[in-house]
Design a protein around this ligand. Structure first.
Ligand SMILES: NC(=O)c1ccc[n+]([C@@H]2O[C@H](COP(=O)([O-])OP(=O)(O)OC[C@H]3O[C@@H](n4cnc5c(N)ncnc54)[C@H](OP(=O)(O)O)[C@@H]3O)[C@@H](O)[C@H]2O)c1
Length: 200
């Protein structure tokens, strides 16, 4: 079954959950995957595009999770996978709202992981790096160093996400894992400048 929804619209999550209830959808897992980015300075990108980004990447994700967690608590081996990004681990000049939205998703998911594990619901933040999908084109990033340096396939990312769904944070791919760990060892001033260079 497929139910279409434009999550950039206020109230879309509420309607989607009502539609699911009307269709008697029984949920064991929730994957909050919808999201998009855009490359450009905050002050140059259209305000509405950036507000829509927050609505889809953050608000709809929170809204859907809050409405569906009660159902998940009654399911066996239930899980929530929130798609964050390696962008979640540092600020990203030239994509400031996108990086901040993914930092929210990571922090929110880690908190929820601890809250819900006693209720039998596994919550995981999936943090992919550059992945071959429509994302780069939508975000005007196809010519950036980040994407030219190579991408993972969506199949590989999905397989790591599902296998790791009981972990609080899943970073698929050795290159992405190394980048995140190197970032943790570096001062924030360095990591944010490097992020800016990778997507200049
Ligand atoms: N690709 C990467 O390099 C990468 C890296 C790190 C994190 N991510 C994250 O991975 C997630 C999936 O992205 P992707 O790589 O698969 O990119 P994608 O191919 O562009 O897919 C984006 C997905 O989000 C949905 N979406 C976007 N705006 C929406 C809206 N207003 N309402 C409902 N759905 C909407 C799209 O639905 P439609 O197809 O119906 O438009 C599509 O399913 C995103 O959260 C992205 O931030 C991607």
């Amino acid at each position: 079954m497929c139910i279409a929804s434009d999550l950039a619209q206020a109230g879309a999550a509420e309607k989607l959950v009502a539609d699911m209830a009307a269709q008697k959808v029984e949920l064991t897992g929730l994957i909050n995957n919808a999201g998009f980015g855009d490359r450009g300075d905050f002050s140059d990108l259209p305000l509405q595009r950036q507000l829509d980004m927050i609505q889809v990447n953050v608000t709809a994700l929170v809204d859907l999770t809050w409405r569906l967690v009660p159902q998940l608590k009654t399911a066996r081996d239930a899980f929530v996978i929130n798609v964050a990004s390696t962008a979640a681990f540092q600020a990203g000049p030239n994509m400031s709202i996108y990086y901040a939205s993914k930092a929210f998703v990571l922090s929110f998911s880690e908190g929820l992981h601890e809250e819900l594990k006693k209720e039998g619901v596994a919550v995981s933040a999936l943090c992919p790096g550059a992945t071959a999908s429509e994302f780069a084109q939508e975000a005007n990033m196809t010519n950036t160093l980040l994407f030219k340096a190579g991408t993972m396939t969506t199949e590989a990312v999905v397989s790591k996400a599902l296998a790791g769904r009981h972990r609080a944070i899943v970073i698929p791919g050795l290159k992405n894992l190394l980048m995140v760990w190197l970032g943790k060892l570096s001062p924030r001033m360095i990591t944010r400048r490097l992020a800016g260079l990778l997507q200049a």
